[in-house]
Write a protein that binds this ligand. Structure first.
Ligand SMILES: Cc1cc2nc3c(=O)[nH]c(=O)nc-3n(C[C@H](O)[C@H](O)[C@H](O)COP(=O)(O)OP(=O)(O)OC[C@H]3O[C@@H](n4cnc5c(N)ncnc54)[C@H](O)[C@@H]3O)c2cc1C
Length: 268
């Protein structure tokens, strides 16, 4: 039996005969109570959780609430014993499988046998007093996201003089503003905005460099970035070479033109 938010075909392929939909992904207390109710009703011999952020958390909550022992991080499992490595993988701890077990991802082979029925069952309604009544995803303000967590960074170098347009463009693009060290040294952007070896090394997907030469210390900060767009008046700038899309032009002209294009696109 499988309990969780899984499609019936996937659950059947994973070897589940019955499937119970557990909603309330956002409500750990409610999920724990739902599961405790299910366990009380169905009295299963074993309850297996994935050792993931959500699965591991649920297993520990349930163990704490019920007082039952939990075997976390199992890497081998059979009806007779569960095992996991210990002491830096020098020994293996084994014991009879308790009821609650978490399994480390990707170490136990997936069910390879025939596809099971995965017939949906209604979960018993368990009344829960919840601290969290609802949860919504609130989009982060890109201007306030720390550079290290930003996905799209628009960065100003020494070739940028029009900072009003730079900030307007960052807002229009939904990008987090960054800068070269030259710009931060000049006090035109805060030190926290500095991209590079002595600033922040980005984990962004896209980096848009305006008037940045591409010194080695700066390029170290964008080594992991997949998509780089560069605007520079110098065709031979290292940043132009690093970029997947390069525009050889004056940044002061490109910025308002891009803002106008974005506004035109957004207009009904
Ligand atoms: C120990 C050490 C650590 C450092 N760490 C960092 C770091 O973490 N981050 C960092 O950024 N730097 C760092 N630096 C400094 C780095 O070596 C460079 O000096 C700096 O990155 C240059 O900044 P820049 O590209 O903005 O300026 P510049 O080198 O002056 O380049 C400006 C660029 O803008 C172009 N340009 C000019 N006018 C226009 C225009 N109108 N439109 C479009 N393009 C134009 C130019 O062609 C040029 O390519 C470090 C240096 C040292 C020694």
């Amino acid at each position: 039996m499988l309990a969780g938010a899984v499609a019936a075909e996937e659950a059947g392929a994973a070897g589940a005969d019955r499937l119970i939909a557990l909603e309330r992904d956002w409500d750990p207390e409610g999920r724990t109570a739902d599961l405790a109710g299910l366990i009380a009703t169905l009295a299963p011999r074993h309850v297996l959780f994935p050792e993931t952020q959500t699965g591991g958390d649920l297993a520990r909550r349930l163990a704490a609430a019920s007082g039952e022992p939990l075997f976390p991080g199992a890497e081998s499992i059979s009806p007779q014993a569960v095992g996991r490595p210990a002491k830096g993988h020098r020994v293996e701890q084994r014991c009879r499988p308790p009821r609650l077990i978490t399994i480390v991802a990707d170490v136990v082979a997936a069910h390879g046998g025939r596809v099971h029925e995965a017939r949906p069952l209604a979960a018993a309604a368990v009344p829960v007093r919840r601290a969290i009544l609802s949860a919504d995803v609130i989009p982060a303000d890109p201007a306030r996201v720390p550079l290290s967590e930003a996905d799209f960074v628009l960065s100003a170098g020494n070739g940028v003089t029009d900072f009003a347009s730079f900030h307007a463009l960052a807002q229009a693009l939904g990008a987090t503003p960054g800068a070269s060290r030259m710009v931060c040294d000049a006090g035109l952007m805060p030190r926290a905005a500095q991209v590079g070896a002595s600033g922040t090394v980005l984990g962004a997907t896209c980096y848009f460099a305006l008037g940045i030469a591409g010194a080695p210390q700066h390029l170290q900060g964008i080594a992991r970035v997949e998509h780089v767009v560069a605007v520079n008046t110098d065709l031979h700038a290292a940043m132009i070479e690093r970029a997947g899309l390069a525009v050889v032009a004056d940044a002061q002209k490109v910025m308002p033109a891009l803002i106008a294009a974005l506004e035109a696109e957004a207009a009904p």
